[in-house]
Ligand binder design. Structure first.
Ligand code: UTP
Length: 293
């Protein structure tokens, strides 16, 4: 079966205020989880899911992200001359991860909906994926790959969701609807950061979407919403009245790497899974826990 989603939009133009002061001079997407920046995990997920073109939505101060996926002639020839072939291979693996990577500039941080809207000419009129660097998802198969199966089956936009405690509902975009498959619902209602009694659901949107090009027509008409930002949730909410939209409870764990505590959880989890470091980290954590008892 030929892959129906070839393009992935990765919005990285946000200011990362929740992670200050770390993000004062470096993009939050370049913060390192164990041995690679968070954005690399996202690009790896996209590529493993069959994506052929990555479209970064960037802003001033984000060039480190572009450089990370580009050749570094100086570094590569230095490592070669020194015979450091293992490191050279690792560096080249990142360089070669994605051949087709383009950047679109979002001149003002007007919101996630706006960040996606600025990619309309590059995406064209085909379905595409959106992956937010804030959300690291530990899943096998990768979250996007799971979503692609839902997309192939239902032929409509798919939003990844997870259940959250009631008290956290107002921090997320929330969806409600009718079950149409295992972990799949057809969306009837969706609200960005609702008050606890505004919507009767605990299904929160996380940063993975498969969208159809019609979304651009709805984004063009979307007024600023919560926080004065153009919200993707508002555009999707309008779209779902004309096209079926699906929410999918993916199998796996999502970490909010844009939040200090969520980031720490991701570091610990990915460190424990690391082939060279995992055992050391586990023993260290055990020692630490004893100290805390
Ligand atoms: P967030 O609101 O989580 O990102 O947006 P932020 O604004 O960088 O973070 P805080 O809240 O200030 O700490 C979700 C995603 O949308 C992108 C962000 O880069 C992030 O990946 N985004 C958001 C844009 O690209 N442009 C925007 O105008 C807003």
């Amino acid at each position: 079966m030929s892959q129906s989603i070839k393009k992935a939009v990765l919005p990285v133009a946000g200011l990362g205020t929740r992670f200050l002061p770390a993000t004062k001079a470096i993009p939050k997407e370049m913060l390192t989880v164990v041995d690679r920046p968070t954005i690399q995990y996202i690009v790896e997920e996209a590529v493993t899911s069959g994506v052929k073109q990555v479209i970064l939505v960037t802003a001033a101060g984000k060039s480190a992200i572009e450089n990370h996926f580009d050749y570094s002639y100086e570094l590569e020839s230095y490592l070669e001359a020194k015979g450091k072939y293992d490191l050279l291979e690792e560096v080249r693996r990142v360089t070669n991860l994605i051949e087709d990577i383009v950047s679109v500039r979002q001149k003002k941080p007007l919101g996630l909906g706006h960040a996606i809207y600025v990619t309309r000419h590059v995406v064209g009129r085909e379905p595409f994926a959106v992956l937010l660097g804030d959300d690291l998802v530990d899943a096998e198969p990768p979250c996007l790959k799971q979503m692609l199966e839902v997309f192939e089956r239902f032929k409509g936009p798919v939003i990844a969701v997870q259940r959250v405690p009631k008290e956290d509902v107002s921090r997320y975009g929330i969806v409600a609807g009718e079950k149409v498959g295992d972990g799949i619902i057809r969306v009837r209602e969706m609200k960005e950061k609702p008050a606890p009694d505004e919507i009767d659901s605990d299904l929160a949107i996380i940063g993975r979407y498969i969208l159809i090009p019609e979304i651009f027509d709805y984004l063009a008409k979307t007024e600023p919403g919560v926080g004065g930002e153009i919200q993707l949730t508002d555009a999707l909410s309008a779209l779902k009245d004309d096209y079926p939209v699906y929410a999918y409870e993916f199998k796996g764990t999502r970490y909010d790497a844009g939040d200090k505590f969520g980031f720490m959880q991701a570091v610990i989890t990915f460190a424990l899974k690391h082939p060279q470091l995992g055992e050391k980290v586990k023993n260290y954590l055990k020692e630490k826990l004893k100290e805390l008892e």
